[in-house]
Ligand binder design. Structure first.
Ligand code: CO
Length: 216
């Protein structure tokens, strides 16, 4: 096969579309008219963490934003635009920040590894590391610190989501938006709820504190 030939991906695509049409001949036609996903997923770009598959949702059911280390940065117009569209236009009820154990971005931030331009982006994970320094470095095993930083990073990104004007305005006008923090295990394919669920601006600090506390 020629290096430039990706025809097998087109073959995969035809098989996939055919399989869905077999179950529902009108599936794509209906979907092409409108989308009304119930959830916004903010996850890592890692190829091992495919959003729709993990939660068993079909096209049309999950609005997705992914970047390295599932970060929500207040100056990131890309993520903010996705969030604004999801909340204001699509009226999603749930925003899920999903991190994962074994995240290379988190590892690089933990070890201060130099990767290149990505280092600027991962500074935001280093900020999480600095903020929770005592908690992290109270752990003896390096692998525990790594897991813990993956978890803490999710919790801090949930806080960032809650602090955006997009979510605060939605809450102010009485729109129901629930923010969740989850983490995915690469080695077992399972999600864990970090129990940092926020549905109200007054819940945020307490929920975040409790979730960090529950990590031990
Ligand atoms: Co990752």
């Amino acid at each position: 096969m020629h290096m430039r030939d990706l025809s097998y991906l087109f073959q995969n695509n035809r098989t996939w579309a055919g399989r869905i049409r077999q179950q529902d001949p009108d599936f794509f036609r209906k979907l092409s008219r409108q989308q009304s996903p119930g959830y916004l997923w903010i996850g890592c770009s890692d190829s091992r963490v495919p959003a729709n598959e993990i939660v068993g949702l079909l096209p049309g059911e999950l609005f997705v934003h992914r970047n390295v280390a599932n970060l929500v940065v207040h100056t990131d117009l890309n993520c903010l635009s996705v969030m604004q569209f999801a909340v204001d236009v699509l009226n999603v009820r749930h925003i899920i920040v999903c991190g994962h154990y074994g995240c290379s971005g988190v590892k690089a931030a933990l070890e201060g590894e130099r990767l290149g331009i990505c280092d600027y982006w991962l500074r935001h994970v280093q900020d999480v590391r600095v903020k929770h320094h005592a908690k992290l470095f109270g752990l003896k095993k390096e692998s525990d610190r790594y897991d813990r930083l993956c978890e803490l990073n999710v919790i801090e990104q949930v806080v960032n989501v809650c602090q955006t004007m997009i979510v605060r305005d939605a809450w102010r006008r009485g729109q129901e938006v629930v923010v969740h923090g989850w983490i995915y295990g690469l080695d077992d394919g399972l999600l864990r709820d970090l129990k940092v669920t926020v549905a109200d601006p007054n819940d945020m600090a307490k929920a975040c504190e409790a979730a960090v506390g529950a990590l031990g």
